[in-house]
Design a binder for this molecule. Structure first.
Ligand code: ZN
Length: 248
């Protein structure tokens, strides 16, 4: 991987994480010069990162205007949930077909982490782990393309929750995740799909409760936290660990 694409990936990862964890509310302006200064990148590279995030539905980057975090309409939000339901049903079906005992241990370990984060009151980690339960299932489906599409709609769901849901609502009930794992363990596809449908219905219901909110916050403070987190802190590195770079 070239140095440039590593930088773009790093900025994408930090921004994606900040958006998914609802630290950057929908509609937040993302000025190229500020991002460039924060990530130590040229404007060209900043634009490449923003284009990548736009392709994932997380950023709006219209030509000749300041990019913002995406602000999906209610109609678009409903479309995301429709696609998500369809994908997750197929994920459940495939995971059961490929089921191995290790899957159960892995998923139960994840649910325990979710539970601990929830009890510890760590909102950022709770929101991230809730999404990762679903992307983990996507990975266990054994279909890389399905996993990628699911990852994208799960990220978009976080944005929708930030826009329409309760402030910092973590999108998933841990008890529902536990029930899904039990049904998967029993290799009961009908029950597991019904539980997943019900679970996503509750998430959608929570997501659509409130009107959008306008958050008051400091872009620079949020960005510096995510730059630092991604550079140094192992606890917020949900994606495969990249090689340590001599970063400033
Ligand atoms: Zn969930």
């Amino acid at each position: 991987m070239s140095k440039k694409s590593t930088r773009v990936d790093f900025a994408c990862k930090a921004l994606r994480q900040a958006i998914i964890e609802q630290a950057l509310p929908p509609g937040t302006k993302l000025p190229e010069d500020e991002l460039g200064a924060r990530f130590g990148m040229s404007r060209t590279l900043v634009r490449a990162a923003l284009a990548q995030l736009q392709s994932e539905g997380l950023v709006d980057a219209p030509p000749r205007r300041t990019a913002t975090t995406a602000k999906p309409t209610l109609e678009q939000a409903k479309e995301v949930f429709e696609v998500r339901r369809t994908l997750e049903r197929e994920v459940v079906r495939l995971v059961i077909l490929r089921w191995r005992a290790e899957f159960g241990a892995e998923l139960e370990g994840h649910v325990r982490q979710e539970d601990a984060a929830r009890k510890g009151g760590d909102e950022r980690v709770s929101i991230r782990l809730a999404g990762e339960f679903h992307t983990k299932l996507g990975a266990l489906s054994g279909n890389a393309l399905l996993a990628r599409y699911l990852g994208e709609v799960v990220s978009r769901t976080s944005l929708i929750l930030a826009l329409y849901g309760r402030p910092h609502s973590a999108d998933c009930a841990v008890s529902e995740h536990r029930e899904i794992v039990a049904a998967l363990r029993g290799r009961d596809a009908t029950a597991a799909i019904a539980l997943m449908d019900h679970h996503l219905g509750s998430v959608e219901h929570r997501a659509m409760l409130d009107q959008g909110r306008d958050g008051q916050f400091d872009l620079g403070a949020v960005l510096s936290r995510y730059v630092d987190d991604n550079a140094t802190s192992p606890k917020v590195a949900p994606l495969p660990r990249r090689k340590k770079r001599a970063s400033k």
